[in-house]
Structure formats: structure tokens, C-alpha cells
Design a protein around this ligand. Sequence first.
Ligand code: AMP
Length: 218
Amino acid sequence: MFLILIGPPGVGKGTLGAALEAKYGALPISSGAIFRAEIEAQTDLGRMAKRYIDHGELVPNGVTIEMMNKRLRDPSIRKSGFVLDGFPRTVRQAEALDEMLFDLSFGLDKAISLEAPADLIVGRLAGRIGCTRCGEIYHSVTKPPKRDGICDRCNSPLFIREDDKPESIRERIRVFWETTAPVIDYYSKTGSLLKVDASHDPASTFHQVVAGLHLESK
Ligand code: AMP
């Protein structure tokens, strides 16, 4: 299964990716998570990316495409498939991804556009807390962890993303509408777009995806 998730920050791409992995084994690959790991490891790429990420801006296409090209060539992906979360975010990246998929002979199943009203996603992002190790996502109001600051699933410390501050949230949503929304048109034109209403709970989003992809739901 080769899928792309497109949607504004906070719409639920990470949660859907984890659910698709749990049920169908497709590996979620998040460009944002790769950048955060590079920042944590204090690599040159991480230091460069941090300057953009902290302000809610996009990292330049060239380095982002190169990083994803390297990641997608990992031999295990041919077997597991992938769910791309956060890439492509520009039409240039979508074109580059087409070339990578062609090169690797991976057939894209669908690009899934997750849609929800802006005020709803701002509320979701403002309380978002993530696990540093397993990537589980919590929310201070709607899905708090059982113990403050500790992941229920793997007992690792939880963190609030630097770019989940209100100024960065506003900028990330603006960048989505300006730069990433055209990517939705790009996949609509190739007939590979599946639109999903992500304004309800994660189970509703997941069921729409399963139905839209005609997947076995058992
Ligand atoms: P995310 O975890 O997907 O919300 O990404 C966090 C941040 O990483 C974004 O706000 C961007 O600064 C950067 N980023 C992630 N993916 C990309 C991409 N495909 N192109 C450019 N920047 C990206």
C-alpha cells in the first residue's frame, strides 16, 4: 500500500498514519519527524532545517526532496509500503515524488486529502502533546495521558512541539493554504485523490479511508 496524506497541520495525519500501520502494516514516513530527529541529533541538516521549522516556514525543496529520496530507497519499504505524512508539501515536491515512484516502480494507490475547518484544527494543535519515542499523540483536553508528561503506551517522556506555539501555528496554516493546497489539485488532476472529512473523531476518519480505498476492514 502506497499512500500520501495531505492536510493542514493538526488535521490528524499522524494519527491516521499510525492506524493504517497498525491495521495494514504500511510504514508511516513523516518528513517533519525526520527533520525533528535530525535537529535532536544536531546534524548539519537539522541545524539548517530548525531555522525554518521554528518559524512555521517550509524547509527549502532541494534538501527536503533529497532527504525523502534517500529515505524512500530503504529496501524494507518495498515490502511494507508507506503512508507519507507531510510530503509532498509543494507542487515541485509532488513532481519529484512522481519521479522517485517511477524510478522505484512503486504504484501510488491514493493521495488522501484530510479536511476540517480552521478553528477546529487550531484547537487541536494548541493542546497537542507527543511522545518522544513511539510517536503516540495526546491532547491536554480531549485525550490527556494517564500520568502527566508520560506516555501511556511506552512510558517515555512527552513533549510539546516548539512549532505548536500560537504564532507558528498561524504561520503553518497560512503556508498550507498558500503552498500545499495546490498539491491537492495536482492529485485531483491525476485521478488519485480521495477526500475525507476529518472533522470528527479518528475512528470516523479511518473508516472513511478504509471504505474509500475498498480495503478489507476485518
Ligand atoms: P510536520 O511535522 O509535518 O507538521 O512538519 C513540521 C515542520 O517541518 C513544517 O512546519 C516544516 O517547517 C517542516 N517540513 C516538514 N515536511 C516538509 C516538507 N515536505 N517540505 C518542507 N518543509 C517541511
